[in-house]
Ligand binder design. Structure first.
Ligand code: SAH
Ligand code: SF4
Length: 357
């Protein structure tokens, strides 16, 4: 017997094909998506505008399966961290960050991450597997229904949780399609952001595949230091990365800009000289820089830059005409700030612990 298909993996387009193959009319897609994404109904038998035989057929061949919440943690500043159970001893984490005028959900794209950036808790854990579209979308559905009871709303979604989204292109792009689809989450393309450490070939494809916003995790302005902090730089150095960014900026009909993320590591990448180098590198591009104070995690080897150092770094970028923000650290007492997400990962990359020291 064939395994049942989880319809949370399906975009509007693939549902059209699914229903066509069942001999059903195209409006079934709209009806099903409304049940799932607008009514949060996951039981086919309750979908009363479907005929009885269709309900029976769907129950026989398909599911709408969401992971269970393993735990929910609350920080004093309102940040909520959800850990979701994925079976085989793996868990992923999703974080909701409420702000005055928006609510950002930070979602995971992989169980762990193989890219081993030296300042990242997820990278320190190794890698198990990619998430499916359903597992990505479930993070939004679960957080959304949890928050609805508390009168809170998700206005922005960022792929800044566990994993490298551009190493899981297909599932991430299908998830983006649902995030933007009015029949599902209906977010605008500016409110969905893919953050990448710089997987250049995928980045070159991204421009033609999804219109969502882009953040680049740069963290160093020269290859020598970036090779060390973000090892994928050894494969795709800064020059190649920036030319892929240029391609992204030139494509599409709407005007685009890029966020550059720069984690502030005391005595490593936070000098005035490095700020000038960064300014020079980015000067000609329509970018915004986000300085992220380093968030420590168990066994991390770095210290966070002093607030005065971060301010001085930011001032230099300002002086060169680069729009720069320093990100406020949120939710760190429950280990849910940027780069602290660890979930539970059964490491299959067999990298072991050697890179933590
Ligand atoms: N893999 C993607 C997305 C997940 S990481 C990427 O690297 O962009 C999300 C963001 O958190 C990235 O900008 C990453 O560099 C940053 N980050 C990772 N570890 C951090 C830490 N310990 N402190 C602050 N930011 C961190
Ligand atoms: Fe992976 Fe991003 Fe962490 Fe680097 S910073 S290890 S790419 S999750």
């Amino acid at each position: 017997m064939n395994e049942k298909q989880n319809l949370l993996n399906f975009t509007q387009q693939s549902l059209d094909i699914f229903f066509a193959e069942l001999g059903e009319k195209p409006y079934r897609t709209k009806q099903l998506m409304q049940w799932i994404y607008h009514q949060q109904e996951f039981d086919f038998n309750q979908m009363l505008n479907f005929s009885k035989p269709l309900r029976a057929k769907l129950s026989e061949i398909a599911t709408l399966e969401l992971p269970q919440i393993a735990s929910t943690n609350f920080a004093l500043d309102g940040v909520i961290k959800f850990a979701l159970e994925l079976g085989e001893n793996n868990q992923i984490e999703t974080v909701f960050i409420p702000e005055k005028e928006r609510g950002t959900l930070c979602i995971s794209s992989q169980v762990g991450c193989a890219l081993a950036c030296t300042f990242c808790a997820t990278g320190a854990q190794g890698f198990n597997r990619n998430l499916s579209t359903a597992e990505i979308i479930a993070q939004v559905l679960i957080a959304q229904s949890y928050l609805a009871d508390k009168n809170q709303r998700i206005s922005n979604v960022v792929f800044m949780g566990m994993g490298e989204p551009l190493l899981n292109e297909q599932a991430v792009y299908a998830a983006c399609s649902l995030l933007l689809d009015d029949l599902a989450f209906g977010l605008s393309r500016r409110k969905v952001t893919i953050s990448t450490s710089g997987v250049v070939p995928a980045l070159e494809r991204m421009a033609d595949t999804t219109p969502v916003s882009l953040a680049i995790s740069l963290h160093a302005a020269d290859d020598k230091l970036r090779d060390e902090l973000v090892p994928i730089n050894q494969k795709y150095p800064i020059k190649k990365l920036l030319s892929a960014c240029q391609k992204y900026l030139n494509s599409g009909t709407q005007q685009r800009h890029i966020f550059f993320e720069y984690v502030m590591l005391a005595g490593v990448n936070d000098s005035a000289e490095q700020a000038k180098k960064l300014a020079k590198l980015l000067q000609k591009l329509p970018v915004k820089v986000n300085l992220i104070p380093f968030n420590p995690f168990p066994q991390s080897r770095y210290q966070t830059s002093e607030a005065t150092t971060i301010k001085a770094f930011q001032d230099i970028l300002f002086k060169h005409g680069i729009r720069t923000m320093t990100r406020r650290t949120r939710g760190d007492e429950i280990a849910s700030a940027c780069g602290q997400l660890a979930g539970k990962v059964v490491d299959k990359s067999k990298r072991g612990d050697d890179r933590r020291h």
